[in-house]
Every structure is written in C-alpha cells, then in structure tokens.
Design a protein around this ligand. Structure first.
Ligand SMILES: Nc1ncnc2c1ncn2[C@@H]1O[C@H](COP(=O)(O)OP(=O)(O)OP(=O)(O)O)[C@@H](O)[C@H]1O
Ligand SMILES: [Mg+2]
Length: 504
C-alpha cells in the first residue's frame, strides 16, 4: 500500500459519514466503520463484504436503494434525501451522494455512496419555519388590530354623536309625534353600529374587558341558554359540560357574545341541518405568551357542517374576513371570539376540513375559585339618575360633536356645564372654578386625559373624574383617585349613572 492509500484509509475510517462501495451486482466491496455502525443502528445487522446491499433492506426500501445504486452504476452523479431504517428501531432521513467508480481506463467497475443522517437538521428547519409562520401570523394580527382599533375609535365617536343627538331629539318629541318612528329606527341602527364597533374593539384589544374569574360550566350554560330559538329547528343541540367546579378567567358578556357568534357560524355552515355540540373540559396547553404548559379550561364548539379549507381556516379570525355573500356576514364573529380569548390570556384553535365539520376550541386560563372574591372594578346595579340641581360639570373633549352631545345631555337633567376642547383649555378653566366633577376624554392630542386629570387633581384634590373613551389603559388610570371610566359610545343613562356615582 502506498502512503497516499494509507492516508485515504485513515480519512475514510475517521469520518462520521457512512461510506460504501459496491460492484456492478450491488455487492459490497468496501465500507468504512461509520457505515457498519450506522447500518447496525438502523437495521441491527452488521454488514459483510460480499453482501448484496439492497437485499439487507425491508422490501419496500430495497427497491428504492437498488434504484439509486443502478443510476450510479450507469454513471450518474447525484444526491437524494430518503428515509431508511427499520421503523421499529429507528428511521432517520439520509442525504446520500452517489457516484460511479471507474478503473484506470475509465470503465465503470462499480459505484459508491456517502451518506449523512440529516433528521436533526430537517427537524430544526421545520421548527424554524413554523416559528416564523407563527411570528408572521401574530405580527399580522397585531397590525390589523392596530388598524381596526384606530378606525373603531373614530367610528365610536361618530356613533356617540349620532346616538346621543337622537336621544336628545326624542326627548323633545311628543309621544305621538309622527317623526318619532324615524328617530327610533335611526337609534336602532346606531346601536347596531355600536355592537359592531365593540366587536372590533374586542378584536383589537384596545377595549378593556371586565375579566374576572367565573365558574365556567354555569357561565357556559347561561350563554347557551341565551341562544334560544336562533339555531332553528334543523340543528340538533348537544351539551356535554365536563369542567364542573373549575374556574376560568373570562368576561361573561364577551363569553355570551362568543357563544352566539360560534353558534351562528355553525348554523350557517349547516344549511340542511346537523348537530352542534358544546363541551367543556380541563386541559393542559402552552400559554400563547410562551412559558411552560399550564391548566386551561377548554370550551369546544363542534358542528357537522361544511367545514373550512386550510386557506379559509388560516384567515378565519381576521376581522372582515368572510366567505359569506354580501349582507350575510361582516367577518367580525371569530375576530371577537379571538380578541376575547386572547385578552383573557387564552387561545383559539380551529380544527376543520371541507365536508368534515368544524371544531373550534377556546382555551381560557384556569384560575383558583378564591380569586373570585376580588371586588368588581366597575359599578354594577342600576341607580336612578340624580337631578343635576345646578351643580357644575366640566367636559373636556377635543371632538366637538362628542363634547356637545355630552354637555347637552347633562344640561337636560339640570347640570351647569363648562366645555373645553382640550387639556390646556380645561386646566385654564379649572384655575378659576372648582366643578363638582370633570368628564375627560382619554385620547386627546397634546396632553392625554390621564395627564389632564392628574394636573386637575393637583389643583382640586379629590375632584371626581370620569373618563370617556373607547380605548383605555388601566395602568395610566392607576394614579388617579376616584376615576370612573365610561366606554364610548356612551348612552345617556350610562352617563347619568356615572355622574351620579362620581358625585356621591
Ligand atoms: N363553523 C364554521 N364552519 C365553516 N366555516 C366557518 C365556521 N365558522 C367560521 N367559518 C368561516 O370563517 C369565516 C369568518 O367567520 P366570522 O364569524 O368571523 O365571520 P362571518 O360569519 O362570515 O360574519 P359575521 O360573523 O360577522 O356575521 C366565515 O365566513 C366562514 O367562511
Ligand atoms: Mg360569524
């Protein structure tokens, strides 16, 4: 053996990649240690010189490997990726390079291959791809959320001006006035608009929800009870609640709406009738925000309807995504459901295929029942609106139509109202007068509502403050004593209630 042949022997034997050479009958004529070890790993057999290599494989793999070897024996140089191995032992993915072996005259006398187990690399690539997909999806949702939140916020102001003016108008109309029914129709349309914006705000997560622990099964039962006759006689309803005694972080009004939205979708997917099943159970899952597995309560809503293609399922929760004909769907149903579960710290999963029905799972974080004793952050229970009795209220809002309607609504019940179109103007008025309360828009150009309120309370400690906003950030509200938040669009009753509770 020459020195260079020794060197090739050392190189071949010390590599971790299996290498083997074979003659024109596919008999092994040489292999390195790695080849012997790797073949033993995948088939628990030690190869021998002279073995007909394809015969050592399981039948369906034998024809594949023989095909590769024959291509190389015809002179082709190529690389393939294939799974080889005993499925009961281990079956890695191999990247295998083939080339013919030629004698000094250039005649093909056999071929050889060297292989590499790339299972780990493929898995890492797949994980990276899926992580990138998840990230792209969540960035997209975030962007859509910001956009819809912005639109919904402006739209809310408009609705509030429309609804408020209509209420004021209807106060001025006699009960039998012929124009009354037009006002009522318009008010109805405005309140439908308000429901839409609230679904949008739920999706965009700019609307703060009243999330608190609730025993899930009774809450679900109540939500399902609200469906009443909406499902129609063609839909068979089955309810299997299995989360008895467990509590979840949820917002009851949003849960009611989510169940309604899911039931409507199921009904629409089953035009010829079918079965709708609601169930609940305790499960383990990874929180969408990351971290280790935790307890969730899973609400599952299954129908036997037409199902969704993968492309539809991937976009189903986007606001305004709908496959329904004009006028039948706005594409906000699942957006609300998604916004709701995400704000609770949970997640939404869709399992569906065309013709195979749909299952939508809502995961809500499980919480301990003891947390339920937390005091409610928002006042509940109806209070009779107090008459203003000449007390002064300062209204600060940069939106003229919103400010005017708030002011007029307060004047109609006997308050004196001072108006300011921004924080600076409001503070100027506060330097001369101490009102009984201030109503402040939260999002304003320049100084925001929280800053205005803080400065106002420096001048007049314990001045009752009511924020009016579509958006709000509770952290910003923390430092302000006695703040109440009214969500736009505010109806007159809500406004009067907030003012009287602030004054008390
Ligand atoms: N249970 C279901 N079966 C089949 N497809 C569904 C189901 N639920 C949702 N989808 C699909 O997802 C789309 C979006 O649903 P989503 O509830 O957000 O909007 P929509 O029902 O079209 O309109 P909206 O709920 O605002 O009236 C639907 O148009 C439909 O294609
Ligand atoms: Mg829907």
């Amino acid at each position: 053996m020459s020195g260079s042949e020794d060197l090739w022997e050392i190189i071949g034997q010390s590599g971790a990649s299996p290498i083997c050479a074979f003659d024109k009958d596919c008999r092994l004529i040489a292999f390195n240690r790695a080849h012997s070890d790797e073949f033993f790993r995948i088939y628990a057999y030690r190869v021998q010189i002279g073995d007909i290599f394809p015969d050592l494989f399981l039948p369906e793999q034998a024809s594949v490997i023989r095909g590769f070897m024959e291509r190389a024996l015809k002179g082709e140089i190529f690389t393939v990726v294939e799974e080889f191995g005993d499925p009961d032992v281990v079956r890695p993915y191999w990247e295998i390079h083939y080339a013919p072996l030629r004698d000094a005259a250039g005649e093909i006398i056999g071929a050889f291959h060297h292989a590499q187990d790339i299972t780990g690399r493929l898995r890492a690539e797949a994980e990276l791809r899926s992580a990138q997909d998840t990230m792209r999806q969540s960035q997209k949702m975030e962007a859509i959320g910001q956009l819809t939140g912005g639109i919904a916020h402006d739209f809310n102001n408009l609705l509030m001006a429309i609804g408020g003016n209509l209420e004021l108008l209807s106060m001025k109309l006699r009960a039998d006035h012929p124009a009354r029914k037009y006002v009522e129709n318009a008010s109805l349309a405005a309140s439908k608009g308000a429901r839409l914006t609230s679904q949008l705000l739920a999706f965009s997560r700019t609307q703060k929800m009243d999330i608190r622990p609730a025993e899930l099964d009774p809450a679900l039962e109540a939500a399902i009870g609200l469906l009443g006759a909406t499902l129609g006689p063609m839909v068979e309803l089955e309810i299997r609640l299995g989360a008895g005694g467990f509590w979840a972080a949820t917002a009851t009004d949003q849960l009611d709406l989510a169940i309604l939205n899911l039931a409507m979708n199921a009904r629409d997917a089953m035009p010829n009738g079918g079965k709708l099943t609601f169930s609940s159970r305790l499960c383990r899952a990874r929180p969408p925000s990351g971290g280790p597995e935790a307890d969730f309560l899973c609400v599952s809503v299954s129908d036997t309807g037409q199902g969704m293609s993968a492309a539809v399922a991937a976009r189903a929760v986007e606001p305004f995504f709908t496959t329904k004909e004009r006028g039948k769907g706005t594409g906000l149903g699942l957006a609300q459901v998604y916004g709701f579960v995400r704000q609770c710290g949970g997640d939404l999963r869709i399992f569906s295929a065309p013709g195979e029905g749909t299952t939508i799972e809502l995961l809500l974080p499980r919480v301990g029942a003891h947390l339920a004793d937390r005091p409610s952050p928002t006042p509940t229970g109806l209070r009779q609106p107090d008459r203003g009795q000449g007390q002064t209220i300062l209204v600060i809002d940069d939106d003229d139509s919103v400010r005017t309607v708030l002011a007029d609504a307060l004047r109609t019940v006997g308050f004196k109202v001072m108006e300011a179109n921004g924080g600076e103007e409001g503070l100027k008025q506060l330097s001369t007068v101490r009102p009984a309360a201030a109503i402040i828009d939260f999002i304003m150009p320049g100084m925001n509502g929280a800053e205005v309120a803080r400065l106002a309370q420096v001048r007049h400690p314990r001045l009752p403050v009511i924020f009016v906003s579509g958006y709000y950030d509770t952290i910003a509200l923390d430092g302000i004593s006695g703040a109440t938040v009214l969500r736009k669009p505010v109806d007159m009753e809500g406004l009067h209630r907030a003012v009287s509770s602030a004054l008390n």
